[in-house]
Design a protein around this ligand. Structure first.
Ligand SMILES: [Zn+2]
Length: 279
């Protein structure tokens, strides 16, 4: 089974960091993946890469080859995003809104979700660190995308009623700072939808360091507990959590995979998790 796409770490400058969830410094090696090392925090059991590439070097990973990967997979990723939104009853929630307001997609890739939300009446903005992906979205989908990290984007505080980021938080060196920023950008009562791999899911438990989400680009591997903790500590109220994906295609025949997928969703051991939170 193939892992998720990741750039190969090259000659980046590395730095030691403290646990992004609890701030502890002490770690134990968890998965030695050759070119990178996943450590387990002895304070809170969070899994994260340590040492990590410094951000100015790390961002160079997100260039042309990343764009090629994003573009060739955009329809598949988009379908998964819609399924996730359906899982949290998004359209019912959306219908209950007085007005749709402004929507921000962080790590919006080629802007497919932005264009979908625009058609549904939202004012849409995106932020995307991969320059070629941002340019593609701006030129082909005519949506507003800031080509860089969110911290540098010119969005005023309390300007969005909905913020979405799918498969982003695990790439970010400082997830707590990201959540603080998101909290500041939301209007009071605004919502965020977050999707990230679940390292407490069945696949991660079965496969260990061979898990498809254990890749060099994933700096943090969250379980529900760790993500819920930093969400609460940055001021969010958790509305709903969901997980999905029992076994990856190719790991088991359909007669095993299909019922296992249903069970994973029901019991919360799916491969990917979604949090719907409120400011
Ligand atoms: Zn910790």
């Amino acid at each position: 089974m193939e892992k998720t796409y990741s750039a190969l770490p090259g000659t980046e400058r590395m730095e030691d960091i403290v646990c992004p969830v609890c701030g502890a410094q002490s770690v134990r090696p968890h998965w030695d993946c050759g070119s990178f090392l996943i450590q387990r925090c002895t304070g809170c059991a969070h899994l994260y890469q340590n040492p990590q590439p410094v951000f100015s070097d790390l961002r160079n990973r997100y260039q042309q080859s990343y764009f090629d990967y994003e573009l060739s997979n955009e329809q598949a990723f988009f379908r998964l995003m819609l399924l996730g939104l359906k899982d949290i009853g998004f359209s019912g929630w959306e219908e209950g809104l007085k007005n749709r307001g402004a929507f921000l997609d962080i790590g919006c890739a080629t802007g497919l979700l932005l264009s979908y939300m625009q058609e549904r009446g939202w004012t849409v903005h995106g932020a995307e660190i991969c320059g070629p992906s941002a340019r593609y979205g701006i030129e082909n989908r005519h949506v507003d995308i800031f080509p860089g990290p969110l911290e540098q984007a010119p969005f005023p505080p309390e300007s969005f009623s909905l913020i979405h980021f799918s498969h982003l938080i695990e790439h970010v060196p400082d997830p707590r700072r990201l959540l603080e920023k998101v909290h500041g950008l939301l209007v009071p009562g605004g919502a965020a939808v977050i999707v990230t791999p679940n390292r407490n899911g069945l696949q991660a438990r079965l496969l260990g360091r061979k898990w498809r989400s254990c890749i060099a680009d994933h700096l943090n591997l969250f379980d529900k507990k760790g993500l819920a903790r930093i969400l609460r500590e940055t001021g969010f109220t958790i509305q709903k959590t969901k997980t999905w994906g029992g076994l990856a295609r190719g790991l088991a025949p359909a007669c095993i995979k299909n019922p296992l997928d249903k069970l994973a969703k029901l019991l919360g051991f799916g491969d990917v998790m979604l949090f719907h939170v409120k400011k």
